[in-house]
Design a protein around this ligand. Structure first.
Ligand code: PLP
Length: 395
């Protein structure tokens, strides 16, 4: 007999995951080459060769008791120190091992953060559309997720709506840029405006309101869009980073949280997050992968591969007459549904073996998301189907 709360989670279980499973079934029926699965953000670019070399070398040459043993809940101190130095080189900061906590992917990290800060009934704001799982990451700890819209044209945060939504129960605001699902990179101006509002509200309510910056796509940017280091703009920022996309390691579950020393209640936050990591059952982030990523900090994923998919897709979709937001980062394209009911559009796309995700899964109906972290062939071969769809809609 499962809990009432879990019954709710099962009922609302991820549409994206369901589509991913469906894609596998369809591939068995039609052949993988004839299914165009844009459902899941599972990077198809392989991990850099250095990752494999590091795995072998660590297993061959590092002390196996250490590599496979228990460690402090925050992770290996030398790994955290190396990552801190790397961040200092990038952002001119002065972090050390004590500012970092190794986590079980961005998802694990957000759960650690939410468990650390939330009392029942506390509110966490997210800009909509947003990564579907945020709701569970907040309600897991009896918090309330408050959705506020992005600007309807630019999909940048709507700062006036933010100002109107923050109240004495607001504990944190989630920022995700480059954004899943829109592919938009939040501008420095937008982020500064968010920071201004939150600083005023902190004064008004007399307690910290954290920004949680969820950054698994930080390096995946097209052109010269800037992805500012948010702790430079707003003191009470905690950054969550993951190697799932930047090194194509989503199954390995590895990343870090950065708690700058300047944040309010720094010592309590670090102590709380360490305990959260332990009692959520993670105990510590995967040991081998901690050691691997520390050796691969200068490695980069093949952004050019995604850029090629992005331009082929944009060209094909605009030729067909679709409306979409030009992706600035991540590997998602935010496509306007040609009919108000985007689920009906998604169903029609499925008839052409094209799998895309309805925007309502991200809190915004009337739109759909395509994850183009797929092969070049999948993108190219999907275009006739999109063209047929466009014709059926009279675009
Ligand atoms: N946050 C966002 C915005 C994501 O898109 C994802 C995964 O797609 C995650 C968090 C979870 O990442 P991870 O696999 O590192 O837990």
């Amino acid at each position: 007999m499962i809990s009432e709360k879990m019954k709710g989670y099962v009922k609302n279980s991820s549409v994206i995951r369901a589509m991913f499973e469906e894609g596998k079934k369809m591939a068995a029926i039609y052949g993988a080459d004839h299914v165009y699965d844009f459902s899941l953000g599972n990077p198809n670019v392989p991990a850099p060769a250095k990752v494999k070399e590091a795995v072998y070398d660590i297993l061959e040459n590092e002390d196996s008791l250490m590599v496979h043993g228990y460690m402090s809940n925050s992770g290996y101190e030398d790994v955290r120190g190396t990552i801190a130095e790397h961040l200092n080189g990038l952002y001119g900061t002065s972090y050390s091992a004590e500012n970092l906590l190794m986590i079980v992917g961005a998802a694990g990290g957000m759960n650690v953060f939410m468990k650390t800060i939330l009392n029942p009934g506390d509110e966490v704001i997210t800009f909509s559309p947003y990564f579907t799982e945020y709701r569970a990451y907040v309600t897991n700890y009896d918090g309330k997720l408050v959705e506020i819209p992005c600007d309807a044209e630019t999909f940048q945060p709507d700062v006036e709506a933010l100002a109107a939504s923050v109240n004495e129960r607001t504990k944190a605001v989630i920022i995700n840029s480059p954004n899943n699902p829109t592919g938009v990179v939040y501008s420095r101006e937008s982020l500064m405006a968010v920071a201004r509002v939150l600083s005023e509200k902190e004064k008004e309510f007399g307690h910290p309101i954290f920004i949680f910056s969820d950054e698994p796509y930080r390096e995946i940017v097209y052109g010269d869009y800037e992805v500012p280091w948010i702790p430079d703009l707003y003191k009470n920022t905690v950054v969550g980073y993951s190697y799932s996309k930047s090194l194509s390691l989503p199954g390995e579950r590895i990343g870090w949280l950065c708690f700058p020393s300047e944040i309010d209640d720094f010592s309590d936050m670090i102590a709380g997050a360490n305990v959260a990591n332990r009692i959520l059952g993670f105990v510590n982030a995967p040991s081998l992968m901690q050691r691997v990523v520390a050796r691969c900090l200068d490695e980069k994923t093949d952004v050019a591969y995604y850029a090629e998919n992005r331009s082929v897709l944009m060209e094909g979709l605009s030729k067909a007459g679709f409306t979409f937001v030009e992706p600035q980062g991540a590997f998602y394209l935010w496509l306007k549904s040609p009919e108000d009911d985007e689920k009906a559009f998604v169903a029609k796309a499925k008839e052409k073996q094209i799998l895309i995700v309805p925007g309502s899964s991200f809190g915004k109906s009337g739109w759909t998301r395509l994850a183009y972290c797929v092969s070049h062939e999948t993108v190219k071969n999907s275009l006739p189907g999109f063209a047929e769809l466009a014709k059926e809609y009279g675009l």
